[in-house]
Design a protein around this ligand. Sequence first.
Ligand code: ADP
Ligand code: MG
Length: 467
Amino acid sequence: MTMTRIDAAQWRDMMGYLREQHGTICRQWFEELEPLSLDGGVLEIQTSTSVQQNYLQRRCLDPFIESAQHALNRLVSVQFISESQQSAKKNSQASSNGKAPASKPVSVPSPTPEHLLSEFDADQMVLSPDYSFDNFISGPNNRLACAASVAVADQPGTAYNPLFIHGGVGLGKTHLLQAICQKILNQHPDYQILYVSCDAFMNQFIECVRAGKMSEFRHRYRHVDMLVIDDIHFLANKDRSQEEFFHTFNELYQNNKQIVLSSDAPPNEIPQLEERLVSRFNWGLVAPVTRPSFETRIAILKAKAQLRGVMVPPEVIDLIAKRIETNARELEGAITNLQGRAKIEKHPINLALAHQVFGEEPQSKTSQVTLQNIIDAVTGFYSVKLQDLQSRRRHKSVTEPRQVCMWLARKNTRFSLEEIGGYFGGRDHTTVMHSIKIVDQRSEENPRFAAQVRQLNDQIQANHAPA
Ligand code: ADP
Ligand code: MG
């Protein structure tokens, strides 16, 4: 058997090719990968963790093989091996001076008897090394869910049980679930975690009922240290699965085993969920994740760009954060999109390219906002009349909304200071400037006022977002 290595230049070639041809799968942590040996046509690549190993083996194998073949100019296959597998292999080689144990992918350690492994393994969710706490941006929209997840990872079974995270799509539920798994596995590699989708749970249940293998099923689900089920709302309507899950839950809970669940709605809003399950889901902590604010969107975009090792200039980050307000998945999609376009155009990511992808700066958006829109929002909010705003009255009940109007007009329209002053009762431009300053100052001093202004501003803009 020929035992060779691949040299540094070949490795560089290979990773360069991968980045060139498959840039969107590349992550910064790929830097930690190390070529081990090229043995009988198999290139062994070492990863730092078993999560990385399993992820690469199951999700990225083909691009790596293609890149290896390109760099080495011959047919090779690729095998990922984690550092711990590698040292175990070395030890056993040293002791038995012979056969290395076949390296089977270790993801989340499985408590299942060997003969059941393959059958269940296909449904086991693959942890993504990207979905760690380090890569999760905590903001006002997910603070509680994030803090609770960290607490659960540090003290499974005792901090909050069950932990129930709910919210709309793309808001980080799966990310948090996986971060919990990874943090625990980093600290306790032997911890037995079962992490499945709700679909997998139900399919396995149905399959085991059909095949008369319920004892295996129960063994599988009830002898773990932690059970994590993603998208548990799919249990809605599934009576027999709910029944089985109820007993699984009880068994684990009584044994102080951690249960972590995610859902698109809080327990009592999941339609057709048995009352006894609703109440159990509420026993621990129920934590929402909601839409990220502008600041959080900026932070998420920066983190994603860094993780992928792509340069995205701040003005482009800003543009995306303004355009995409829905969720983190879409933000990430925007970066992938830009990355793809940059490759085709053979051009680095810049504002011009971003405009090509997302359309021109929504000038129309600002110019579309009329003074009437602002008046409507402000008079509605403060319950004042337009005549009062345009009058000379100086009572606070009128001056405050008037100042806010001027501030909003300056921000959302292209009217000059003179025009704005003229509209609001024939005031001159210094009055408008003064009003803007007052609003800014008060926003700084008074968070409630700041929130009101922001809300009005959002309301005005939302009504004029391009369709
Ligand atoms: P969900 O399960 O709620 O539908 P995911 O967890 O799959 O959403 O998140 C979708 C994508 O957005 C993932 O790539 C995830 O990493 C990313 N994401 C969501 N929230 C955050 C966050 N707060 N910080 C960083 N990335 C996030
Ligand atoms: Mg999810």
